[in-house]
Design a protein around this ligand. Structure first.
Ligand code: BT5
Length: 339
């Protein structure tokens, strides 16, 4: 079901069942606790089923307290982007003409790919508060609590050969870094090829997916995930040693709607500049923020790890690594860890 307002389309995921909506409505309607029995009578389901709905709502960002013999109380609803503000700040721009907002989705990249394959125009943006199957590269996962990060994907139709499409990862990472720096007033670094880094930890990631034939790109989907207002305790345990959010770094909450608009505007500028004048500006932006430069790194390759000192990127966006005897090796893709 879709409802259009200005350039924003609110796409109802349809994934939240009527029962869950009713549970929320009942809790909203009461300032105090509501017993599990009241909810189960109202819905005609068992108390165990009520408990399961409550747990699933908690996963979607609803803070519901449960106290035995008293019942449940809704303390906080998940934060939502103010899409009219995003639309206003990006009005009359290429990346502001079609903003498709989802409360919940499997993956904004998967949705944008389906739309692109269906002919959606360049500049279509898919945004979600949370993803049930957020994707990283190589089948990895991207996780983010509802309403706390930025999760979005932009459809591009660049007049580029397939051999240059990967450079759009650098364009996107640089633009995202610029948008974040302008808003949060902190320097962001980029870890080749697709990570946004802050205080030696991962703040965000870019996932580029490309379709084309022979030598011409048909469409590109740029997916961007950024930890914005995520609290340390909300990070999944395995990420607590490697990840960071803007809120954790600065102690201040960040207006996600303004940040999204800033990044879309920066991305549009860098993208249009890259397709009309080449990748020099993006390469410069990357080099100013190169997290790996002069660090001892290990690059995973099919033949095993290659260890050396990171020596920047070349004009094709390949990572340069200096091996013993000043021998420089180029990597066009791969995973890099610090030694
Ligand atoms: C990335 O992959 O970093 C690309 C992430 C792109 C996510 C966006 S969200 C919107 C759009 N829709 C999607 O479905 N995806 C895109 P990669 O370099 O493969 O890194 C993935 C790894 O990052 C995981 O294996 C975790 O170790 C780590 N990770 C997952 N979630 C994280 C988070 N919130 N913060 C920091 N690290 C995270």
């Amino acid at each position: 079901m879709e409802a259009a307002s200005a350039s924003v389309v609110y796409v109802e995921s349809g994934r939240m069942s009527q029962r869950k909506r009713t549970v929320i409505d009942i809790l909203r309607g009461s300032p105090g606790f509501v017993s599990g029995q009241t909810i189960s009578d109202n819905l005609g389901i068992s108390r165990n089923a009520v408990h399961k709905h409550v747990n699933s709502l908690r996963e979607r960002g609803y803070r519901i307290v449960g106290v035995s013999r008293r019942g449940y109380k809704l303390e906080e609803e998940p934060c939502r982007l103010a899409m009219p503000i995003v639309a206003k700040l990006t009005q009359n721009t290429l990346f502001g003409h079609s903003l498709r907002y989802h409360d919940e989705i499997e993956s904004t990249n998967a949705e944008a790919k389906a739309l692109a394959a269906d002919g959606a125009p360049e500049g279509t943006v898919v945004i979600a508060e949370c993803q049930s199957k957020g994707r990283g590269r190589l089948g990895r996962k991207w996780t983010s609590p509802s309403g706390k990060g930025l999760l979005f994907s932009v459809i591009l139709r660049p007049p580029l050969p397939m051999t240059e499409a990967h450079l759009l990862t650098l364009v996107s990472a640089t633009a995202a870094a610029e948008g974040i720096e302008a808003q949060a007033k902190i320097p962001v670094q980029i870890k080749w090829p697709n990570d946004l880094f802050l205080n030696n930890r991962k703040l965000g990631g870019i996932l580029l997916e490309v379709s084309g034939e022979h030598d011409s790109v048909e469409w590109v989907v740029v997916g961007i995930g950024i930890n914005v207002n995520t609290e340390f305790a909300e990070l999944p345990a395995p990420l607590r040693r490697t990840a960071i959010s803007l809120k954790i770094a600065t102690g201040q909450p960040v207006d996600r709607s303004v940040l999204l608009a800033r990044i879309l505007l920066a991305l549009e500028k860098s993208y249009l500049d890259a397709v009309s004048s080449g990748f020099e500006r993006a390469l410069r932006g990357f080099r100013e923020r190169d997290y790996l430069l002069h660090r001892s790194v290990s690059v995973q390759t099919r033949e095993g790890p290659v260890v050396g000192e990171a020596a920047g990127i070349d004009d094709r966006g390949a990572l340069l690594v200096e091996l013993p005897h000043r021998h420089i090796r180029r990597f066009h893709s791969g995973d890099v860890t610090l030694q």
